[in-house]
Design a protein around this ligand. Structure first.
Ligand code: G3I
Length: 372
């Protein structure tokens, strides 16, 4: 399998007999769109740094292994990654007592070798669980022991290398009213949340621990409930450090409400991360839709830059070719900052402009919440 450090340790990488340096130059000397981007654009991470803000992207093991432009664009623009699938139960815990961490290890090794901050995703979720777990109807004590084994093994394996974890993903009922009725809640009870966070904190006391969710309600009820849940857990002494707002956009965003929610979370001492930002468009939607998409992504980015509690802005998918959207929403796509050739789209340029000009380019106020 590929070696992360050998891939991009600062030396020129030989590609099919053509030695390439900072920019991938194809045999016909026609630079790829990605190569031109690398030569021309100020990295997003550099534009975000004065705001004490991290810019990230979810990454996929296969894309990292096979796509040199993907690796180069990632390292050019981003300082943070989320493993999109490689740390989920279905990937790492395929059979009872059997752990498969090699793909996650290679992604984390690549990140470590290149100074990228790593978000671990996710320790507890109602999706992407292996069939054996979906079928299991364990008693409370058995389920707690299984959760302990999983979290101790997975978090422990990456202790000190994964800076923050989405400990529980999507705990709120999509209506915003109460907890989602998931297999973990059914097996353990409502305290599955505090147990999971306690186990994660024991396994890596330095890692920042998050609740993460999306909000498809018309009134922001899920994000409000997520903040309330985090507050309630923290009042009980549970080590919840932050909340992740996924922000899979598919239409207008109430940025004023979002800003109020981020500010409220910050007042509670919570760190906020925008964890899975993308904006799906109908196939063939055209240039006007791409500009509307740019404005939506810029709108949420503007909230994250302006609100000190927001510490990370993470895109979901690096390039439309690697986006989850076409599989999940047939007839939709184009949800990321880069097209299929990893050429930046209007959303990239507008995001860069927001970062460049927000707060008159000066550093944003000292941000609340903890780093690593
Ligand atoms: O790993 C298997 C592979 O062995 C098999 O050959 C292949 C074909 O069936 O499927 C592969 O699993 C796929 C997995 O991604 C890894 O590539 C699943 O089918 C596919 O459903 C899964 O989709 C992921 C989705 O979560 C699952 O709900 C997306 O890539 C991922 O972007 C998406 O991410 C979630 C976040 O984790 C949580 N927030 C919502 C977001 C979008 O659903």
């Amino acid at each position: 399998m590929w070696s992360a450090t050998a891939l991009l340790s600062g030396v020129a990488v030989t590609l099919a007999g053509v030695t390439v340096g900072a920019a991938a130059v194809l045999p016909d000397d026609e630079p790829s769109p990605a190569a031109l981007h690398l030569e021309r654009a100020t990295p997003l991470r550099e534009l975000a740094a004065p705001h004490d803000l991290r810019i990230g992207a979810s990454v996929q093991h296969t894309a990292l292994a096979v796509d040199e432009d993907y690796r180069r664009v990632l390292l050019h623009d981003f300082d943070t990654i989320t493993l999109e699938n490689e740390l989920k139960w279905a990937e790492v815990h395929p059979r009872p007592g059997v752990f498969a961490l090699d793909r996650a290890e290679e992604v984390v090794d690549f990140a470590t070798a290149n100074g990228l901050r790593v978000r671990g995703h996710t320790l507890v979720w109602h999706q992407q669980n292996p069939p054996w777990l979906e079928r299991a109807r364990l008693g409370r004590d058995q389920a707690i022991e299984l959760l302990r084994t999983h979290i101790e093994t997975v978090v422990g394996s990456f202790r000190g290398r994964v800076a923050e974890w989405d400990v529980v993903n999507e705990p709120i009922d999509p209506s915003g009213r109460g907890l989602r009725d998931t297999l973990w809640r059914q097996m353990i009870g409502d305290d599955y949340l505090s147990i999971a966070f306690g186990l994660a904190h024991e396994a890596d006391p330095e890692a920042r621990l998050f609740l993460n969710d999306y909000d498809a309600t018309s009134d922001g009820a899920v994000f409000d409930a997520l903040i309330d849940l985090a507050d309630e857990l923290r009042r009980g002494g549970v080590p919840v450090h932050g909340v992740g707002f996924q922000l899979h956009l598919d239409g207008p965003v109430d940025v004023d409400r979002l800003a109020r929610q981020v500010a409220r979370a910050g007042r509670s001492g919570l760190t906020v991360a925008f964890t899975e930002v993308d904006d799906r468009l109908a196939d063939g939607a055209g240039a006007a839709a791409a500009l509307r998409q740019a404005r939506r992504i810029a709108g949420v980015a503007g909230v994250c830059v302006a609100e000190p509690a927001c510490r990370a802005f993470v895109l979901w998918g690096l390039g439309d070719a690697y986006s989850w959207v076409p599989n999940a929403f047939p007839g939709y796509g184009a949800a990321t900052l880069f097209d299929h050739q990893l050429e930046p789209k209007p959303a990239y340029h507008v995001l860069a402009e927001v970062l460049r000009t927000s707060g008159d380019g000066a550093a944003s106020p000292v941000r609340s919440g903890g780093g690593r």
